[in-house]
Design a protein around this ligand. Structure first.
Ligand SMILES: CC(C)(COP(=O)(O)OP(=O)(O)OC[C@H]1O[C@@H](n2cnc3c(N)ncnc32)[C@H](O)[C@@H]1OP(=O)(O)O)[C@@H](O)C(=O)NCCC(=O)NCCS
Length: 178
């Protein structure tokens, strides 16, 4: 199973390493990133280390695979993950974020495509799902660029600060055309 992927623009994807503490702290500094850590603040070296150890443990147990996206100069530009891996049904849940500095350059779309390709081949999954709030059009573009078709609307699925949000569900199957 490959542990190094590349995108056409020369970004590398690799498993997160314990030495990525500073990159993780910087990535999670913007307030909106709190949602990407499930509401747990990643605001200290200890919290960043715990986040990295959890990624490693999930990879080792086969429950989830988080990839650091690294730009051609060696800086961490984002994260793409396949989590909730279910071997009974061969399904997984895909998520992604990019650092502020990396946004708007097609990084998330290309990196998510690379990880989805890997999950449907190397990992042998059949169905990958992802969801985004309907008020997150950039995430919808990323999903489409990575080959995830729209499957429908999940009404009022999420609640943040007392407000409920509709979520659009996308999925990509191993048998979908490339
Ligand atoms: C969503 C996110 C991953 C996008 O990352 P990115 O690296 O900038 O994405 P890309 O450059 O690959 O693509 C962004 C696409 O969205 C489009 N886009 C950006 N802002 C947009 C907006 N406000 N409205 C419509 N489209 C928008 C871009 O034009 C681009 O479209 P294209 O592929 O047709 O050129 C990034 O903004 C992020 O990390 N946000 C916070 C975390 C998050 O929301 N994660 C997803 C949770 S479901």
């Amino acid at each position: 199973m490959r542990e190094l992927l590349t995108t056409p623009a020369g970004y590398r994807l690799r498993p997160w390493a314990v030495t990525d503490v500073d990159a993780v702290l910087e990535a999670f500094a913007p307030p909106e990133m709190l949602r990407q850590s499930g509401g747990t603040p990643i605001d200290s070296p200890g919290a960043a280390g715990a986040w990295l150890r959890a990624r490693r443990a999930a990879w080792d147990s086969g429950s989830g695979y988080s990839w650091a996206v690294v730009d051609p100069a060696g800086a961490v530009a984002g994260n793409v993950a396949v989590s909730s891996v279910d071997r009974r049904h061969d399904t997984g849940w895909v998520s992604y974020w990019t650092t502020h500095a990396a946004r708007g350059r097609g990084v998330a779309g290309a990196a998510t495509r690379a990880v989805a390709d890997w999950a449907l081949t190397d990992l042998g999954l059949f169905r990958l799902e992802l969801g985004h709030r309907v008020d997150n059009p950039a995430s919808c573009r990323v999903a489409r660029r990575a080959g995830f078709a729209v499957e429908g609307l999940e009404r009022a699925k999420l609640r943040y600060d007392g407000t409920r949000h509709d979520v659009e569900l996308h999925a990509r199957l191993a048998i979908d055309p490339a």
